[in-house]
Design a protein around this ligand. Structure first.
Ligand code: ATP
Length: 367
């Protein structure tokens, strides 16, 4: 093998942190040569202020340093010119997933709740992180535009990178994440009406480069509003997972969020009861929000939708969930041995296991 082939092979192992593809395949390696034991590599970044420049530089150095005969590595970073960027964009476009395509094999799970504050976003962030830890390619759209919290739950502070009109989602804990919160200057409230919400979701689905995904999770706003309807229109293949607490008022509202599936023709894959109990030091369980809400919701949705909507998990109340959220590390990663993390991981396995396929898909409908 010649020196330059050996260097290219090594560079094939360097994955762009945002695009998740080898930098060689993305046209980012302008040159690579070995001169008297010094490997000289020129890498072209997509944009000048690329937030991942130091990661790319160090990954290139590590990969090339391992090649036989290399004693020293010199990495030069340049920036793609408009023509090179257009080429990259076309290459990515050709491989882009169209999630609304009936042939798409990505499993799309929209996480819904009736009331706010039942832990929908926490459950969604944890499922995404657990699925990614299990080796699945996972995307997460924060569609809770009025109460977006996913970026902070996932510990994301950097904005998405733009390559012309294409948006590269930040990757956190192995999950590609996009949220309206990443496009706002401050923590200002979003006062958008239905058509703008629809447009925002549409833009996330068309302009954000997710590449190939096994699972796409959406954190819906609480209730049965416009976003839920937009999701069903733009992603007719999406399924619903309904989160509730054991409390009857929460369950009643969650039932309305679940039965929206009757109109949208989405499948409700199950119910998750969160905040089911608090384990006390003496081993007893304190049922702060009452009991049986998840089971009742599962039964009533099963009877109204006329198929089984199982209660998939009952998650305890644990301080570690809140602490993990505050630190931007989902509890499945921060405290994996805790009972709540174990239940969430089991739930992620159940949901991630179903093979990607087309069976049982409903046809798109319009309103
Ligand atoms: N199992 C749990 N144990 C302890 N705290 C929890 C648990 N689940 C959620 N929480 C905490 O409850 C609060 C509300 O959770 P979260 O933001 O996930 O709810 P939500 O349903 O997404 O709310 P909204 O839709 O209004 O944004 C957060 O402070 C979160 O850390």
């Amino acid at each position: 093998m010649t020196d330059s082939v050996a260097l290219r092979r090594a560079l094939d192992t360097v994955i762009d942190p945002e695009l998740r593809r080898p930098i060689t395949e993305l046209g980012m390696v302008e040159s690579a040569q070995l001169n008297d034991g010094t490997a000289q590599v020129k890498v072209l970044l997509t944009i000048a202020g690329c937030p991942m420049r130091s990661t790319i530089e160090s990954d290139v150095t590590t990969a090339v340093a391992a090649v036989a005969g290399v004693q020293q590595v010199e990495v030069t970073l340049g920036v793609m010119d408009p023509h090179q960027r257009a080429e990259l964009r076309d290459r990515l476009k050709a491989k882009r997933m169209v999630f609304s395509d009936p042939d798409s094999l990505t499993r799309i799970i929209a996480v819904a709740s009736g009331k706010g504050g039942v832990g929908k976003s926490s459950v969604t962030a944890n499922l995404a992180a657990a699925m990614a830890a299990n080796g699945l390619k996972v995307g997460l759209i924060d569609a809770d535009v009025h109460g977006f919290s996913i970026p902070s739950l996932m510990g994301i502070t950097q904005p998405p990178t733009r390559v012309d009109e294409m948006i590269l989602p930040p990757v956190a804990h192995g999950v590609k994440v996009i949220s309206i919160g990443m496009f706002l200057d401050s923590n200002q409230p979003v006062i958008w009406r239905g058509p703008m919400l629809h447009r925002a979701l549409e833009q996330f689905l068309t302009d954000v480069y997710f590449s190939d995904l096994d699972v796409l999770l959406l954190d819906l706003p609480p209730g049965t509003g416009d976003m839920a309807i937009s999701v069903s229109q733009l992603l007719p293949n999406s399924e619903l997972l309904v989160i509730t607490t054991p409390q009857s008022t929460a369950t009643q509202v969650a039932e309305r969020a679940g039965t929206i599936a009757l109109q949208t023709k989405q499948k409700v894959i199950g119910v998750v009861e969160n905040m089911s109990y608090l384990s006390l030091p003496d081993g007893s369980k304190m049922e702060i929000f009452g009991t049986g809400g998840g089971q009742r919701l599962s039964e009533s949705l099963s009877s109204q939708l006329q198929y089984s909507v199982p209660l998939l998990a009952q998650l305890p109340l644990e301080e570690a969930v809140r602490v993990g959220s505050d630190q931007g590390v989902p509890v499945v990663l921060s405290t994996p041995e805790s009972p709540v993390a174990q239940s969430l991981r089991e739930l992620a396995i159940k949901l991630g296991q179903r093979p990607r396929g087309l069976a049982g898909r409903s046809l798109p409908m319009s309103f």
